[in-house]
Ligand binder design. Structure first.
Ligand code: MN
Length: 256
């Protein structure tokens, strides 16, 4: 398979190198990734600045392409312009830090996978549950095994799978679990500080909420399982729509 890999930690991140190392023996792996840290940029794309693409020197085989944009930019420009043909699969990661719960909406790692799905290409997002610069090779191996297994791709439409791997030794990981996205709001606050010129600034701080749902991604990851969450990008609230579809709405109702 031709696999496009990308991330949001930037093209020099060890998680991306680990992913390449795990996938390259069995696949044609192409790298198109942000040239700088893009964590928490969500699904942003660049509209008001041009995208510069730089080939990283010193690579054997296909060059690694560093893009001056977001993860979603990388997938879009790779598919539309940089690759000779669309990839069979996109893998995003391995992210430094978990992507569970509401963080999926902020995550550049997940948004790269979502962008692939929008373009009709199945995709995996893979994250490791630590912010330390530890060994990403086990999480990368998990991604490679999921690629080769392929069972997650069954069903209509291009599959988008979000994967989180505990930062534990192989023997301490309890297995794999399908899990839904946790929904609790993060407990956040802004720390108010002063810079050296006595100007006030603010810095977001806080922590994840305790898992509320028994089978959520956050709970299963905390319990030592690799979590698998199929994603979609259709934001329509089906229940709300269904309850209103039959109800007529007239301009006059809004005073128009
Ligand atoms: Mn990141």
């Amino acid at each position: 398979m031709q696999i496009l890999i990308t991330n949001d930690d930037g093209i020099h991140a060890p998680g991306l190198v680990a992913l390449w190392t795990a996938l390259a023996p069995r696949h044609q792996v192409r790298v198109v990734a942000p040239d700088s840290e893009q964590s928490a940029v969500g699904h942003a794309i660049s509209l008001h600045t041009p995208l510069r693409v730089r080939r990283l020197p010193g690579d054997a085989g296909d060059p690694w392409l560093a893009v001056s944009g977001t993860p979603a930019d990388c997938v879009k420009i790779a598919v539309a312009e940089l690759l000779e043909r669309p990839p069979d699969l996109v893998v995003s990661g391995v992210n430094r830090g978990p992507n569970v719960g509401i963080n999926l909406l902020y995550s550049g790692t997940v948004s790269a996978a979502t962008e692939a799905g929008i373009l009709g290409i199945p995709a995996l997002a893979v994250s490791l549950d630590t912010y330390e610069d530890v060994d990403f090779s086990l999480a990368a191996q998990v991604a490679a095994r999921l690629v080769d297994w392929g069972g997650w791709r069954a069903g209509p439409g291009p599959a988008i799978l979000n994967v989180n791997v505990p930062a534990l030794p192989r023997e301490a990981i309890r297995g794999l679990r399908w899990a839904r996205q946790a929904l609790g709001a993060p407990r956040e606050r802004y720390e108010r500080r002063q810079d050296p010129r006595a100007n006030t600034y603010y810095w977001l701080a806080g922590e994840a909420p305790p898992p509320a749902e028994a089978v959520s991604d956050r709970a299963a990851l905390a319990a030592g399982y690799i979590t698998l969450t199929p994603l979609r990008y259709d934001l329509t609230d089906e229940a709300a729509l269904a309850s209103r579809l039959g109800a007529a709405i007239e301009s006059a109702d809004l005073g128009l």
